[in-house]
Design a protein around this ligand. Sequence first.
Ligand code: ZN
Length: 134
Amino acid sequence: MKITGIEHVGIAQVDIESKSDFWQTILGIADKSSEVIAEQGVKTDIYDTGKGKIELLEALDDNSPIARYINKKGRGIHHICLAVEDIDVALSELKEAGIELIDHDPRVGAEGLLIAFIHPRSTGGILVELAQKP
Ligand code: ZN
């Protein structure tokens, strides 16, 4: 598989709109997009530095994986997303290597990216997301 860079860092947060001032005004990352991804139970604000993005994640309800994460570990870095050239190739190579996957097939995430998560049990404790541009 070919990893082409860090796509974004996902941060579990509460009330992401109120955090906008820090990222947009103080740090000056003007390129912002917001999205609700109902099937994943999250709302995202994405700040694009031009060389990697910051993805703020807010739970839509108490069943959201983000709500469960914050209840267990508190706010903070939730996952790291690596950009891959071909996500199907990446997933089949990972399966062959015995890596535990959360998503066996890619699904559509924020910004229309094809995404899949790798279980932290196989990565040394970090939730890793793979993403391919559609
Ligand atoms: Zn992500």
